[in-house]
Ligand binder design. Sequence first.
Ligand code: PMP
Length: 384
Amino acid sequence: MKQFSDMSAVLAARHRDGLLRQRVELQSAQSVTPIIDGKPLLSFCSNDYLGLAGDDRIAQAMSQAVERYGVGAGASHLIDGHHHEHERLEQELAEFCGREAALVFSTGYMANIGVIQALLTRHDTVIQDRLNHASLIDGGRLSGAKFSRYAHNDSDNLAQQLDRASGKKLVVTDGVFSMDGDKAPLDDLASVCRSHDAWLMVDDAHGFGVLGTEGAGLVSEFGLTTEDVPVVIGTLGKAFGTSGAFVAGDQLTIDYLLQYARSYIYTTASPPAVAAATRASLAIVRNSNDRRAHLTALIQKLRAGIQALGLTLMPSETPIQPILIGESHHAMQLSQALKARGILVTAIRPPTVPEGTARLRVTLSAQHSEAQVDTLLNTLESLL
Ligand code: PMP
């Protein structure tokens, strides 16, 4: 065991630098007022953007499906774990995204590593936005393809890198960036990809359910077709309130991924009841314009209030509203002071974000009230 003896020193250093990651333990359903350590906190950190994680209708659909189909899938999709609830969900998601077909994965992390790895070989090239989510970066590395990153949201820099690329070319971007909240310029990226004969893959984890007509996401907000964006990823554990993810595209691409995406093939299928719950959620998401309008109003209110306090916001129009603090310890102190006053806001620190850009990452949910946003603003003011 001697060779692993550096672990305690590494952890001590992380602690000293204010970088030790810690969990809180929920004792209630996910909501804007979860019970933590026996008392309700006002939370601004979940990705439950539409407030559906604790929705009774979805919970009921899930428990009915558990009654009918039991708790586990019992096998991987290609053995006999593929349930008709998975099949129906795939069809409904494909239709929702305006794509021919979709494939449901157990998590977004698995979808991203599986899809990128399946599409590329070491003779190919993957080019990713510098701020992409870790799962996309990991997928790129696992694929063995030549791997480079372009400057954040910079389509000119992407074009320069594509000029030098060889083999099949896959360009990968988050739709909404998970730590900054800004949107990728999908129209520019799609046009650069078209002129370089490259494929564009968009991970719309944070846009899906929130942006676009009926919540069909950022790709839909830009009105981009399969030609522009051949590979769309959506996750189901955020605005949809359940769990899992999917890739949508043309039938040929999905047929191919079914054969080659290792993280789809070599894992137990998610419980059929999760698929049933997600189908119920999809119907609600499509009908949730009122929730999306309320969310937009909350975003505007929060931004105006934070700016009035003289704090630095990032250029985000989405429910992800990071307040730039800079130094890790300072971000941690603010997060802890808020928690002591009953408010949960996560401090995001390096290595998750670049050095010197530690932030308080406020995420809003349609479940928040205007009064709760006021509480956050007033409490922040009292700490400055
Ligand atoms: N992509 C992005 C952009 C994400 O933010 C996340 C999760 N935070 C994922 C993928 C992974 O999705 P999942 O949580 O379903 O694994």
